[in-house]
Design a protein around this ligand. Structure first.
Ligand code: DX5
Ligand code: ZN
Length: 217
C-alpha cells in the first residue's frame, strides 16, 4: 500500500492570510496544497485564478495540487501551468477532448489528473488511463467546502484501485469532499492514497489535524 498523503484545501483557509496559511500547512506536515479553482459557470462558486497562485507559489516550495473546476478548461491550462501548478486536475465534462487536454498538461511538464464527479462513471477515463498521473474522486458534488461525504463513491475507488494494480499503472487516487476522521479510513480502505481536506484541517490546530488525518487512515 502506498504512503498516505495529505492535500489540505485552502478553500477553508483565511483568504486574507493565504500566504501565511500555506506556510502553516507546510510547517504542519502537508504533502501538497490543494487549490480549488472555480469559475461560477462549471460550478456555482467563484474562487481564485493564476495571478494568486503565482504569488503564493513564489513564497513556498511545497507542491500545488490544482483542481480546475472551470470550462472550457483548455483555454486556461497554460496559464495555470505558468503560474506554478505542479499537478493540474481537470473534469471530463469541462472539455470537448479530454485526451488532448491531458496531453497539453503533460506537454507543459506537469502531472495530469482527471476528476470524476459522484455521478461520473469510470468509463470517462478510458481514453486517458495510460496518460494520467492522478484520479481525483469527488465524494461531494463540486462547488463548496463543508459538504457531507457521499459513501456511494467508494465502490468506484475500489474498482479503480483494482484496475491500476492489474495494469501496473502509477496513478494516485485522491479523494475530495467531506473527508474527516471518520470518512478518511473508509476512503483509504477502498484504495485512495491522497486525502483532500478543508473543513477538518482548518478546524483547530492544522498540525494536529494533518497528523491525525494521516494516522487515522
Ligand atoms: C469541493 C472542493 C473541495 C472541498 C473540500 O468542490 O473540490 O476541495 O472544498 O472541502 P471539505 O473538506 O470541507 O469537504
Ligand atoms: Zn478540490
Amino acid at each position: 500500500m502506498k504512503k498516505i498523503q495529505i492535500s489540505p484545501s485552502i478553500l477553508s483557509a483565511d483568504f486574507s492570510q493565504l500566504g501565511n496559511e500555506i506556510k502553516r500547512l507546510e510547517e504542519g506536515g502537508a504533502d501538497m496544497i490543494h487549490v480549488d479553482v472555480m469559475d461560477g459557470h462549471f460550478v456555482p462558486n467563484l474562487t481564485i485564478g493564476p495571478p494568486i497562485i503565482k504569488a503564493l507559489k513564489k513564497n513556498c516550495s511545497i507542491q500545488f495540487d490544482v483542481h480546475l473546476m472551470i470550462s472550457p478548461v483548455e483555454k486556461y491550462i497554460k496559464a495555470f501551468a505558468d503560474a506554478g501548478s505542479d499537478i493540474i486536475t481537470i473534469h471530463p465534462e469541462a472539455t470537448d477532448n479530454l485526451k488532448r487536454a491531458v496531453g497539453t498538461i503533460k506537454s507543459l511538464g506537469k502531472k495530469a489528473g482527471v476528476s470524476l464527479n459522484p455521478k461520473t462513471h469510470i468509463s470517462a477515463l478510458k481514453d486517458v488511463i495510460n496518460d494520467i498521473d492522478l484520479i481525483l474522486i469527488m465524494s461531494v458534488n463540486p462547488g463548496f467546502a463543508g459538504q457531507s461525504f457521499m459513501g456511494e463513491v467508494l465502490p468506484k475507488v475500489t474498482e479503480l484501485r483494482k484496475i491500476i494494480n492489474d495494469k501496473k499503472l502509477k496513478i494516485d487516487i485522491e479523494i475530495d469532499g467531506g473527508i474527516n476522521f471518520e470518512t478518511a479510513p473508509l476512503a483509504v480502505k477502498a484504495g485512495a492514497n491522497i486525502l483532500v481536506s478543508g473543513t477538518t484541517i482548518f478546524s483547530g490546530s492544522l498540525k494536529d489535524n494533518i497528523q491525525k488525518l494521516r494516522n487515522c487512515a
